[in-house]
Design a protein around this ligand. Sequence first.
Ligand code: CU
Length: 136
Amino acid sequence: MIARSIVIPLCSALALTVTACNAGPEPAPTGPPTTPTVSKTEREEQKAGEAVEVVMENTKYVPMAVSVPVGGTITWTNEDDFPHTVTKQSGPGPELDSGDIEAGGTFEQTFGDAGTIDYVCTIHPSQTGTITVEQR
Ligand SMILES: [Cu+2]
């Protein structure tokens, strides 16, 4: 009787489950400036000299010719004892008609378009003036 001892090798397969833990370092928030830098450097303030005065006296505009920068304002003052108007004849920009400016009255207008404007008093056709609006 031959006793055979059969040795069955137990191959224990080691299942090596390598779990790749890729928990990498998260990108450190460097704090990017998300605040929008709105730079409002527009200066709406009017400088001295941008306001021009014209007097109406003896049925004339004094001075007859004036110049203002774009955005500048002209104020007319009637020094006569009767009404005058400031009415555009030609030039850029919107219509310009003061209507009657009574004695002692004033009229103010701002000019936004560069160019030369000829204007007249509709009551006195020989009363004319010129405005030069300059792009400075
Ligand atoms: Cu007039």
